[in-house]
Design a protein around this ligand. Structure first.
Ligand SMILES: [Mg+2]
Length: 247
């Protein structure tokens, strides 16, 4: 039996891991030296733990807020320019991480997206997103709220189209109202039991329906490409969201 204790082993493991990390960073696609064998290939994704650290730094540094504000300013400029000449101008907004921020639950869940399960804020524990949404405690994403308020002042009709299910309508509308989204035309939510492989398959036909009702959708804002794909908007504004992906 070796006389090396656990602390010594732990230190050596950490030192070995650090050496490997430095080798990977320093040498790129190098597979071996005389002490370590590993592979880095173009198809090898970023380490998920490192990605979470990078996403947290992006948020906490203020860069996320700046990028959101940058996109929202462009949206504001466009709707101000276009609304006066458009026939029944309309603005379409996504809800999660476009109009309302889920940062609190993103951190609580360590970037996971469990839908089911409870949400007890008194515990230092993850929350199911469905239970979280029912709390209706998301703050507004302020640059989007400003675009919303500008749109209303310009006489633009605003529609929310969310991938949240219909059984979250009450909580979602309560949340939107509590943080200042007042005077929108309608919120569309996913009907009970409906399933879509992409939210585009739900959202694009609703935009077509809005157009068929006589509106001109001059702008569509979302945080996921799937919010924007499928046409039926003159301009699309994609807010940054490196925290999760909605297909
Ligand atoms: Mg969203």
């Amino acid at each position: 039996m070796s006389r090396m204790n656990v602390g010594t082993i732990t230190r050596r493991v950490h030192a070995g891991a650090a050496m490997l990390f430095l080798l990977v960073c320093a040498t790129g696609p190098v597979q071996a030296d005389d002490r370590a064998i590993f592979v880095t290939s173009p198809g090898q994704p970023l380490n998920v733990g490192d990605a979470m650290l990078a996403a947290t730094a992006y948020h906490d540094s203020g860069a996320y807020d700046r990028d959101v504000a940058l996109v929202a300013r462009q949206a504001g400029r466009w709707i101000a320019e276009r609304a006066p000449s458009a026939r029944r101008p309309a603005l379409v907004l996504d809800v999660d991480d476009t109009s309302l921020s889920n940062w609190e639950v993103i951190v609580r869940d360590d970037f996971g997206r469990p839908v089911g399960g409870p949400c007890d804020l008194a515990l230092d524990a993850p929350c199911g997103w469905a239970a979280w949404d029912q709390l209706g405690r998301d703050p507004a994403i302020l640059p989007t709220l400003q675009v919303f308020q500008q749109a209303r002042a310009l006489g633009i009709t605003v529609f929310f189209i969310t991938g949240r299910p219909e059984n979250q309508r009450e909580a979602t509308e309560r949340n939107l109202a509590a943080v200042g989204y007042a005077g929108y035309e309608k919120l569309y939510a996913v009907p009970a039991g409906a399933r879509f492989s992409s939210v585009t398959d739900f959202k694009a036909p609703i935009r077509a329906e809005i157009e068929q009702a006589g509106f001109t959708i001059i702008a569509n804002m979302g945080d996921q490409p799937s919010d924007l794909l499928g046409g039926h908007a003159e301009r699309m504004f994609l807010l940054p969201n490196p925290f999760y992906r909605v297909p």
